[in-house]
Design a binder for this molecule. Structure first.
Ligand SMILES: [Zn+2]
Length: 93
Protein backbone atom coordinates (compact mmCIF):
# COMPACT_ATOMS: atom_id res chain seq x y z
CA UNK A 1 0.00 0.00 0.00
CA UNK A 2 1.28 3.43 -0.92
CA UNK A 3 1.73 6.00 1.78
CA UNK A 4 3.14 9.51 2.02
CA UNK A 5 6.57 9.97 3.59
CA UNK A 6 6.44 11.54 7.04
CA UNK A 7 8.43 14.51 5.77
CA UNK A 8 7.42 15.98 2.43
CA UNK A 9 10.05 17.72 0.33
CA UNK A 10 9.61 21.47 0.26
CA UNK A 11 9.53 23.54 -2.89
CA UNK A 12 9.22 27.23 -3.54
CA UNK A 13 5.71 28.63 -4.09
CA UNK A 14 5.08 29.69 -7.67
CA UNK A 15 2.56 32.00 -9.26
CA UNK A 16 -0.73 30.46 -10.44
CA UNK A 17 -0.51 30.83 -14.20
CA UNK A 18 -3.40 28.53 -15.17
CA UNK A 19 -6.46 29.98 -13.35
CA UNK A 20 -8.41 32.53 -15.36
CA UNK A 21 -9.96 35.71 -13.96
CA UNK A 22 -13.41 34.20 -14.53
CA UNK A 23 -12.50 31.09 -12.54
CA UNK A 24 -11.30 33.22 -9.63
CA UNK A 25 -14.48 35.35 -9.71
CA UNK A 26 -16.69 32.27 -9.65
CA UNK A 27 -18.12 31.69 -6.18
CA UNK A 28 -17.22 28.42 -4.52
CA UNK A 29 -19.20 29.20 -1.42
CA UNK A 30 -20.77 32.05 0.47
CA UNK A 31 -21.64 33.15 3.94
CA UNK A 32 -25.27 32.76 4.82
CA UNK A 33 -27.60 33.89 7.61
CA UNK A 34 -30.49 32.47 9.63
CA UNK A 35 -33.08 34.06 7.34
CA UNK A 36 -31.63 32.54 4.16
CA UNK A 37 -30.67 29.20 5.70
CA UNK A 38 -32.82 28.16 8.64
CA UNK A 39 -31.16 25.42 10.68
CA UNK A 40 -32.91 23.27 13.26
CA UNK A 41 -31.05 20.36 14.80
CA UNK A 42 -32.76 17.71 16.92
CA UNK A 43 -30.46 17.21 19.91
CA UNK A 44 -32.76 14.75 21.64
CA UNK A 45 -31.02 11.50 22.58
CA UNK A 46 -27.91 12.49 20.55
CA UNK A 47 -30.01 12.38 17.38
CA UNK A 48 -28.48 15.50 15.72
CA UNK A 49 -30.70 15.33 12.69
CA UNK A 50 -30.74 18.55 10.65
CA UNK A 51 -34.13 19.92 9.64
CA UNK A 52 -35.18 23.03 7.70
CA UNK A 53 -37.89 24.31 10.04
CA UNK A 54 -39.23 24.01 13.56
CA UNK A 55 -42.37 22.46 12.09
CA UNK A 56 -40.31 19.77 10.34
CA UNK A 57 -38.38 19.17 13.55
CA UNK A 58 -41.57 18.69 15.55
CA UNK A 59 -42.94 16.30 12.92
CA UNK A 60 -39.68 14.32 13.12
CA UNK A 61 -39.93 14.34 16.95
CA UNK A 62 -43.42 12.92 16.88
CA UNK A 63 -42.58 10.27 14.30
CA UNK A 64 -39.10 9.17 15.39
CA UNK A 65 -39.05 9.94 19.12
CA UNK A 66 -42.76 9.61 19.94
CA UNK A 67 -42.69 12.93 21.79
CA UNK A 68 -43.83 16.50 21.25
CA UNK A 69 -41.18 17.93 23.60
CA UNK A 70 -39.83 21.11 22.01
CA UNK A 71 -36.66 21.27 24.09
CA UNK A 72 -33.24 19.94 23.03
CA UNK A 73 -33.29 21.94 19.82
CA UNK A 74 -30.17 23.57 18.36
CA UNK A 75 -30.95 26.51 16.09
CA UNK A 76 -29.66 29.92 15.12
CA UNK A 77 -33.13 31.13 14.22
CA UNK A 78 -34.17 32.18 17.72
CA UNK A 79 -37.80 32.19 18.78
CA UNK A 80 -39.86 31.23 15.76
CA UNK A 81 -43.26 32.44 16.84
CA UNK A 82 -44.52 28.97 17.69
CA UNK A 83 -46.42 28.19 20.87
CA UNK A 84 -43.42 29.31 22.93
CA UNK A 85 -42.78 32.48 20.95
CA UNK A 86 -43.65 35.82 22.40
CA UNK A 87 -45.09 38.47 20.14
CA UNK A 88 -43.51 41.89 20.37
CA UNK A 89 -46.04 44.65 20.89
CA UNK A 90 -45.39 48.25 20.10
CA UNK A 91 -46.23 50.49 23.00
CA UNK A 92 -48.09 53.65 22.18
CA UNK A 93 -47.72 56.49 24.65
ZN1 LIG B 1 -34.38 13.48 16.52
Amino acid sequence: MMSLPSILPSKPAIQDTTSTVDEIKQQLGRATNPEATPIFICALDECYRLLPSQKALMMHRKKDHQTEDDGWMITWNGATGGSGGEKVKEEVE
